[in-house]
Design a protein around this ligand. Structure first.
Ligand SMILES: [Fe+2]
Length: 108
């Protein structure tokens, strides 16, 4: 689990490195999600899973063109459509990770 966590953290850092405005965002989401999951008295294995998901929650941004991701100012309709697709792209990226309990895009 330690290596998996380190790998998830590295992937989150990769996404954050694409956009200087969101530097450390994935790390912060992972830590805040972990605190919230513990406050909800979830099992430690679920807390760990939520923490990992925090690191990876924006992984789909890798599929968004840099010109859109780094654009200053308002996005047009087509650019905004790209941004809205990042959760779907992220789900496709992490789908092979069976530890997430996701089968065919639906949590089991
Ligand atoms: Fe972490």
């Amino acid at each position: 689990m330690v290596y998996f966590h380190q790998f998830a953290e590295s992937l989150g850092n990769t996404v954050d490195a694409k956009d200087p405005l969101t530097f450390n965002h994935s790390q912060e989401v992972a830590q805040i999600s972990q605190v919230m999951a513990r406050a909800m008295a979830l099992s430690e294995s679920t807390v760990d899973l939520i923490h990992l998901a925090g690191h990876l929650h924006d992984i789909g941004k890798i599929g968004i063109p840099d010109a859109i991701l780094k654009k200053q100012g308002r996005l047009n309709r087509e650019e905004w459509a790209w941004i809205k697709r990042h959760p779907e792209m992220g789900a496709k990226i992490v789908r092979p990770v069976t530890s997430f309990g996701v089968k065919g895009g639906v949590a089991t």
